[in-house]
Design a protein around this ligand. Structure first.
Ligand code: ZN
Length: 109
């Protein structure tokens, strides 16, 4: 499937494209050595909810950065488990501010 976003290490942002799927508990980031199969890399990790996990059936370990045995683990796309879209949104906001000041960017064709 081509819709799968590229995985990036939750800690350093390095590409995890070389990590075999499904992600093993013994997988580590080649760049920083942190565990990949951990809460911080998981789609269910959310620092805003109690237990920092959106999967209510899971029993989150105390150490969110250590490899876990969670059956609900699903790899998230980017650093800190946050969506990669944050940077894009910030760029869009910056461009919108510039356009407000200087008008739309000139046609580059
Ligand atoms: Zn890393």
């Amino acid at each position: 499937m081509s819709g799968q976003p590229a995985l990036a290490c939750w800690n350093c942002g390095a590409s995890l494209a070389d990590v075999a799927l499904p992600i093993s508990r013994h997988a580590f980031c080649a760049a920083c050595g942190e565990a990949v199969h951990c809460c911080r890399q998981c789609v269910n990790f959310d620092s805003r909810v109690s237990g920092q996990c959106t999967e209510g059936r899971a029993e989150p370990p105390n150490d969110r950065t250590a490899a876990n045995f969670c059956e609900w683990f699903g790899p998230a796309g980017g650093p800190s488990g946050g969506p990669a879209g944050d940077a894009r949104r910030a760029a869009d906001a910056a461009r919108a501010r510039l356009e407000a000041l200087f008008g739309p960017a000139p046609d580059e064709t």
